[in-house]
Design a protein around this ligand. Structure first.
Ligand code: TYD
Length: 143
């Protein structure tokens, strides 16, 4: 989990996020997931090289992480506490509250070749050395 600055005064709270200061990568892309129907599950994939920081801008949700060995779940429900997700980690997101907004800061532009969308491919990827070998791997499973 990554604690972000929370600047509070009588008018409310403000959180600022600066690339390479609060997140360990240059921010190339921001996207957000919202209006998620109750009971929906998002994600269900891993990335070969992408680094991300997940934040609950509003409401709450749960992120489940699996690095091929260990599984851990994190409830996000505060806009100043983020979750850093490294490459080579399978993730699913569920249990969205009403009004839940998941904002994601990402280290690269969108590219489908960076996705691993099959769990069997993910376990093979991890077995080949995971992100440490991703460049040599060249996204071959995505083709
Ligand atoms: P996807 O990553 O599959 O969503 P989730 O994280 O819930 O699995 O993305 C859903 C669709 O949106 C898919 O068609 C790809 C597209 N998309 C973009 O065009 N740009 C983006 O930055 C992202 C994250 C997704």
């Amino acid at each position: 989990m990554v604690g972000l600055p929370k600047i509070s005064d009588v008018r409310g709270n403000l959180t600022a996020i600066e690339a390479c200061m609060h997140v360990p990568f240059p921010i190339e892309r921001v996207y957000y997931i919202y209006d998620v129907p109750s009971g929906s599950t998002r994600a269900g994939h891993a990335h070969r090289q992408l680094q991300q920081l997940f934040l609950a801008l509003s409401g709450s949700f749960v992120i489940h992480l699996d690095d091929g060995r260990t599984r851990q779940s994190f409830a996000l429900n505060r806009p100043h506490i983020g979750l850093y997700v490294a490459p080579g980690v399978w993730r699913t997101i569920d249990d969205f509250s009403g009004g839940g907004v998941c904002m994601v800061l990402a280290s690269a532009h969108y590219t489908e070749a960076d996705y691993i969308r099959s769990y069997a491919e993910f376990t093979e990827f991890v077995g080949r050395g995971g992100p440490c070998n991703a460049e040599a791997d060249g996204g071959r499973d995505a083709e």
